[in-house]
Design a protein around this ligand. Structure first.
Ligand SMILES: Nc1ncnc2c1ncn2[C@@H]1O[C@H](COP(=O)(O)OP(=O)(O)OP(=O)(O)O)[C@@H](O)[C@H]1O
Length: 408
């Protein structure tokens, strides 16, 4: 049995992402891990919330893991996946999966934890029904502060994953789940195709020019015109900064959020090389008491300012995408490079989330990220032709198709 790798949960960002990435890599590579002081840098004492517990339990069931400490508020877990040569990974690709939370915990943070497992798990398995698509329905929050929204996943993450060689993923939002304006549960189904071959190294080095911008507004219906007007004025003012000498191409869509406290704006720039840069904002507590007019103009200003910053550094990833690609760099075959851009001639530093992901990948699977964002990946599945190292059994894990976590 491999030695258990210990991770201190207060390291760097010290939030839930450390736990998600560590358990995901542990599951795929059958590496036992323990984590102490989980989410130790978060207010309220840290520990597992429903969203984190959901991910850990799904991955634990998929890998037939022995887990201790998997309960709400727990600050410490050990996660020992079953050895592949004996029990194998129980997750078999294909079919329907429903992961249900009864709180509006971010569905996309659950997706962040389970997606690499669903994409990579069957590499090297001779029996794998690799042609079968996986339809994963996740219940919870679709628009939650400090996490990717479903709109961001659909318009930014999925196209970026396609660029690096992941088969296209369909997004079907059935209903919105909000963390603002009273807790509301929503659900979304992602339809994905598991990888047939190890993921080759990828190079995201050429940003290209911005050729279009899409604005997605979710807000009370009576604010539609004001939102559109504010955006029109803003785009006119910033035209040269966004499009340079190109013809401006802006598309605005509006959806009624059906609640006076639910405002969300996402701006996505698409470049000539297919790169997507996204920035968004969800109305939150910090804006309570602020008048509607001011709410709208502040959101429009904040999100456009953030997008301009992303455009000006000329890198191939926005701040949030950078850490979300780390797991794919870490598992790919060969050295993948992701250019993060420059500010005042100096390379943009990886965010704390990205640095944390680099650290977790180094600790759990011993891959190293250099200062410019390059990483020679593990080559997951590349040595598995005919071997059992990354192969899995045919069994479908009991309980994987339907997982329900209750509690806060
Ligand atoms: N606006 C956003 N758009 C896209 N992705 C985002 C956005 N905000 C945060 N993220 C991503 O969501 C993840 C958040 O990780 P983090 O550890 O902060 O989450 P968490 O599980 O909610 O933890 P905690 O509750 O401990 O903060 C990161 O991958 C980050 O890049």
């Amino acid at each position: 049995m491999a030695r258990t790798i210990h991770l201190e949960g207060t390291t760097l960002e010290g939030g839930g992402q450390l736990l998600r990435l560590a358990t995901c890599l542990s599951t795929l590579t059958s590496t036992p891990i323990s984590i102490t002081n989980i989410r130790g840098k978060r207010s309220g004492g840290g520990g597992l919330k429903a969203q984190h517990l959901t991910s850990v339990q799904w991955l634990g069931t998929a890998s037939n893991a022995r887990i201790s400490g998997a309960e709400l508020k727990s600050k410490e877990i050990t996660f020992t996946p079953g050895s592949r040569s004996t029990s194998g990974l129980k997750w078999r690709n294909g079919g329907d999966v429903h992961i249900k939370q009864n709180t509006p915990g971010s569905v996309n943070l659950v997706l962040q934890a389970v997606l690499p497992c669903m994409l990579f798990a069957n590499l090297g398995s001779e029996d794998a029904e690799v042609d079968e698509k996986v339809r994963v329905k996740i219940t919870g929050g679709t628009n939650v502060s400090n996490s990717p929204s479903c709109d961001y996943i659909e318009q930014v993450l999925v196209p970026m994953l396609s660029l690096i060689g992941i088969p296209p993923i369909e997004t079907h939002i059935h209903s919105r789940g909000w963390s603002q304006g009273g807790a509301t549960l929503g659900s979304v189904t992602y339809i994905l195709t598991p990888l047939r071959k190890p993921l080759p190294a990828f190079q995201l080095l050429d940003r290209g020019d911005v050729q279009s911008v899409r604005a997605t507004i979710l807000a009370p219906i009576d604010t539609e015109q004001q939102f559109r007007d504010e955006l029109d004025v803003m785009f006119e003012r910033l035209e040269a900064k966004i499009f340079g000498s190109r013809e401006p191409n802006v598309d605005i869509t509006f959806e009624d959020s059906k609640h006076e406290k639910r405002y969300y704006l996402l701006l996505v720039a698409t470049t000539t090389t297919g790169i997507r840069l996204g920035r968004d904002w969800l109305y939150d507590r910090s804006m309570r008491g602020v008048k509607t007019d001011t709410v709208i103009s502040s959101i429009v200003k904040k999100v456009t300012d953030d997008l301009i910053e992303e455009i000006e550094h000329a890198g191939c990833v926005d701040e949030h995408m950078r850490d979300q690609l780390v797991v794919f760099q870490a598992l790919a075959v060969g050295k993948s490079n992701v250019y993060g851009g420059k500010r005042k001639e100096v390379l943009v530093e990886p965010s704390l989330h990205a640095k944390t992901a680099h650290w977790v990948a180094k600790e759990v699977i011993n891959v190293h990220f250099d200062d410019s964002g390059g990483c020679k990946g593990l080559g997951f599945g590349a040595d598995a032709e005919g071997s059992t190292e990354h192969a899995i059994t045919e069994n479908v894990g009991e309980g994987l198709e339907k997982l329900e976590i209750t509690g806060d």
